[in-house]
Ligand binder design. Structure first.
Ligand code: NAD
Length: 402
């Protein structure tokens, strides 16, 4: 391989499409991942994740010699960190992957290099990494460029959004911001908005917290309406006829690795100040437990009325419609808990986007629908929307299927 221009650390849902995009501009990219299986797959021109158009982009970049993967970084001019930032223990952000990735390139850095973090990170992470770099390589102070640029792509549309979305770019100083903007301007058509590193870090966290708070409002309304005997879907539809009201839809909780995770990065650092953000997380988590109770009480009522336990179809496991992703999925959590609490119950678990799942036996959705007495809609997958439930079925709808 020729000298790498860009090294990207982390070849997952964001790092791999980013690598392919940059390489498709005839720029020499080395993608680094600590997982040798990932590296091997990519070097064959194949991919290990599901994302439309990514297979073609990677195959062509590898074939043309612009993209290569390795388990160790090499000397380059630009380094991008796109490793996971999960939470640990008591919902505290875990930046150990960012630290490890940064440590792996510190010996390689040289004057004039650009170091960018894209991983969703708690405020101050970029400055922390800057201090880590300078503590080991003090001669690089004021000689390299350090910036933060969060990613806001939608899985399923990544290859388009990577290019078209606006980006927020914040350096640890103005020169770093300018250098990072110049870098992204070669690959991104969306507007590039300049700020500082702390604001850019907070911007990503706030975007997802904002969604979480708005969904919490809808979920809270669903609890109130259940008690008040009002159809929440109709209520929201009517309220949204107001020209300045736009209430989101309730569901069985909030999931995914972004909206259900990122608000904790603010809460853990600013616990006293982040009251709404914190209560929104509680409401959205509580909504899943409320759904579990609702399923239980529906089953009990059926048993009282029919003198036998019901057969129950639990429809959907993914964290949102029409995907197979189970990360932080409230539906998956609900199904696990319902089964744990009712070992003798008869349940059909349905997830049309997954073929096999270790945790439960999956049933085809049409079969489950035909056999069940109670149908619980947890996720509004497209397969479910046209189904007819049958007159004698009890339907519990947490996601507005009907
Ligand atoms: N997936 C999304 O839709 C999305 C959207 C916006 C932001 N983000 C953020 O982007 C970051 C990456 O997310 P993702 O979904 O791509 O994660 P991912 O889990 O799909 O991929 C991360 C990869 O990094 C690798 N890795 C871990 N430590 C490493 C190291 N020290 N050096 C090299 N590679 C290492 C892992 O093996 C893995 O393959 C996270 O901070 C996430 O919150 C993700």
């Amino acid at each position: 391989m020729r000298q790498a221009e860009v090294v990207i650390l982390g070849l997952g849902y964001i790092g791999l499409p980013t690598s392919a995009l940059i390489a498709s501009n005839k720029v020499q990219v080395l993608g680094v991942d600590i997982n040798p299986a990932v590296v091997e797959t990519i070097n064959k021109g194949e991919i290990h994740i599901v994302e439309p158009e990514l297979d073609k982009a990677v195959a062509s970049a590898v074939k043309n010699g612009y993209l290569k993967a390795a388990t160790k970084p090499v000397v380059a001019n630009n380094y991008i960190i796109v490793v996971p930032t999960p939470f640990k223990g008591n919902y505290e952000p875990d930046i150990s992957f960012v630290e490890a990735a940064t440590e792996s390139i510190i010996p390689l850095l040289k004057e004039g290099d650009l170091y960018i973090i894209e991983s969703t990170s708690p405020v101050g992470t970029t400055e922390k990494m800057m201090n880590l770099i300078f503590s080991i390589r003090p001669e690089l102070k004021n000689n390299i460029y350090i910036a933060y640029c969060p990613e806001r792509v939608l899985p399923g549309n990544v290859m388009y959004e990577l290019v078209e979305n606006d980006r927020v770019i914040g350096g640890v100083n103005e020169a770093s911001t300018d250098k990072a903007v110049a870098f992204y301007s070669k690959y991104v058509k969306g507007d590039l908005h300049k700020t500082n590193a702390r604001t850019a870090e907070m911007c990503k966290l706030v975007e997802n917290s904002s969604r979480d708070v708005q969904i919490a409002f809808a979920n809270e309304l669903s609890l109130i309406c259940d008690k008040a005997d009002i159809n929440v879907w109709e209520l929201i539809k009517l309220a949204n006829k107001h020209p300045r009201v736009n209430i989101l839809q309730p569901g069985c909780g909030v999931g995914g690795h972004c909206i259900a995770v990122d608000p904790y990065f603010i809460i853990s650092e600013f616990p006293k100040e982040s009251k709404i953000i914190s209560i929104a997380r509680e409401i959205n988590n509580y909504k899943s437990d409320w759904c579990i109770e609702k399923i239980k009480s529906t089953a009990l009522q059926f048993e009282i009325d029919n003198n036998r336990k019901p057969k129950i179809a639990l429809m959907g496991l993914a964290f949102k419609p029409n995907i197979d992703d189970l990360r932080e999925s409230p539906a998956n959590y609900i199904v696990k808990k319902v089964l744990e609490n009712d070992k003798n119950g008869k349940y059909f678990i349905v997830e049309p986007n997954i073929k096999e799942y270790k945790a439960f036996k999956l049933t085809d959705y049409k079969e489950a629908l035909a056999k069940a007495d109670v149908i619980v809609y947890l996720v509004a997958h497209k397969e479910f929307t046209d189904l007819t439930n049958g007159d004698n079925k009890i339907v519990v709808d947490f996601c507005k299927i009907s």
